[in-house]
Design a protein around this ligand. Structure first.
Ligand SMILES: [Zn+2]
Length: 473
């Protein structure tokens, strides 16, 4: 859309919006809303290349082991060689896009239950800086380290094709494709270490994000996403599981009390991101389902997204649809005719390509969309109407803003069922919608129709909480 047409449509929207909130729900088209379809997302999904994913995993497996405690000096074996290779891939991607990606390697010296002597845990991180709102950051992460049956064995071959060569291949391929585009927000691609020894690489990057003062809108973490055949033999290559926390780990006791009274158990910002991803991916990837799992992760298991959740950042984790535990965390061997070990022959590259496309279009759509609004509130107790109000986005955050869309749904439902475009306003009244009976949310919408995640009102749903002043030690 050219700037003149955009200018016209925005003024029409502002005029239309005041009237719109007074009328019954109506199709967006009638209210002059931005387009709801962004064909560029289909273009991104189609650009993901299964051959590239195969070649990355083959190379990673070729390093023998990528155990966090393995050697770092060799150029052909161990975690050091693997990290340097990932860095060289990011460098090549940057060269192809005229230097659009910069590389940092945040690290910490770590000791712990699974790291007996101080060991450097280093992440390899590529940063594609946003053009107008660079401090807002969407992060893609996957751990590169691998293991066998004995988690302390740093020398045996640990191919880690699926856990987590698949995630690393996904992050590199997303970077290759998304680096061809420019986004208002920053996209960060993180290849992490130390996951199998205690989720250390996630902590290193989450801490780095906090130290940089990044406004982290979300971390999309991928860990074991390359195979869809479970141990029972059943498999479904048309679905991916997406795990998300229900409410923030850093929720305060006061917020917990309010949630107990008013609800919102299903509406933390991580969940809101997960719902956005489901909507986008199922629209643009044929025969594909994103199954939201209302849990932080599988039972007794975890990954690097938890380090982001621990600091209060929205973060979600993708997991393949069905797992075969004989191919994870196992010495490579044949036992009673059964093959054990995480070898490349179990990876389904067409499936992994769809998971990669899911991540790539989600990161792109979130980075193209404006941020969710700040200071969102809902009111209307003891009245027949509900009113949502928020701080209108301003400055660089509003560069591409067209306005806002209000959502509501039955409190028992998972997905938003009702919505209304309300235009470039900071308050919207829903006449005859009683606050007690519905869950509410608001999304910011760009002129091209890219939508932020739907934010739930109050501190429970806020993507960015007011900065709390830390008492100096
Ligand atoms: Zn893993």
């Amino acid at each position: 859309m050219n700037p003149i047409v955009r200018g016209l449509s925005v003024s029409m929207l502002v005029a239309a919006s005041a009237a719109c909130v007074e009328t019954a729900p109506q199709p967006d088209a009638a209210a002059g809303a931005p387009p709801q379809d962004q064909a560029v997302l289909g273009e991104i999904a189609a650009a993901i290349n299964a051959g590239q994913l195969h070649s990355t995993i083959q190379t990673l497996v070729g390093f023998g082991t990528r155990h966090t405690l393995s050697e770092t000096q060799s150029d052909s074996r161990g975690i050091g060689a693997a990290r340097r290779w990932a860095q060289s891939r990011f460098a090549a991607i940057s060269q192809d896009c005229g230097g659009c990606v910069s590389i940092v390697t945040p690290s910490q010296s770590v000791t712990g239950a699974r790291i007996p002597t101080p060991t450097e845990v280093m992440d390899v991180v590529a940063i594609q800086k946003g053009v107008s709102d660079p401090n807002r950051v969407i992060i893609l992460t996957a751990h590169i380290d691998s293991r066998v049956t004995d988690v302390m064995n740093a020398t045996a071959d640990a191919p880690g094709a699926d856990d987590n060569g698949s995630g690393v291949a996904l992050v590199l391929e997303a970077a290759r494709v998304l680096s061809r585009y420019k986004f208002p927000a920053t996209i960060v691609y993180g290849v992490l270490s130390g996951e199998e020894q205690g989720l250390y690489g996630g902590k290193v990057l989450a801490q780095y994000a906090q130290d940089q003062g990044w406004r982290v809108e979300t971390d999309l973490n991928d860990d074991i996403v390359g195979s869809a055949r479970g141990q029972s033999g059943a498999g479904d290559n048309s679905r991916i599981r997406l795990f998300s926390e229900s409410t923030r780990e850093t929720e305060t006791p006061k917020e917990t009390r309010q949630r107990r009274l008013e609800g919102g158990e299903l509406d933390g910002p991580s969940r809101s991101v997960a719902r956005s991803i489901k909507r986008l991916a199922e629209r643009w990837i044929p025969n594909w389902r994103v199954d939201l799992i209302y849990r932080v992760d599988r039972f007794g298991r975890g990954s690097d997204h938890e380090a982001f959740n621990a600091l209060g950042y929205p973060a979600v984790c993708f997991r393949e649809s069905a797992e075969d535990y004989r191919h994870q965390h196992q010495d490579v061997r044949i036992e009673n005719g059964v093959s054990y070990g995480d070898t490349i022959d179990h990876v389904d590259f067409d499936y992994l390509a769809r998971v990669t496309a899911t991540n790539a279009i989600a990161a792109a759509a979130l980075a193209w969309a404006p941020p969710p609004p700040d200071g969102l509130k809902v009111s209307g107790a003891v009245t027949p109407d509900t009113t949502l109000s928020w701080q209108a986005l301003a400055g660089p955050q509003a560069a591409d803003l067209a306005g806002y869309r209000v959502y509501w749904r039955d409190t028992k439902e998972s997905a938003w069922s009702h919505s209304r475009w309300v235009g470039a306003v900071a308050e919207a009244k829903l006449p005859d919608v009683v606050i007690d009976d519905w869950a509410f949310g608001v999304a910011s919408v760009s002129k091209d129709g890219f939508e932020s995640p739907v934010e739930y009102p109050g501190p429970l749903g806020a993507f960015w909480r007011p900065v709390e002043v830390e008492v100096s030690k």
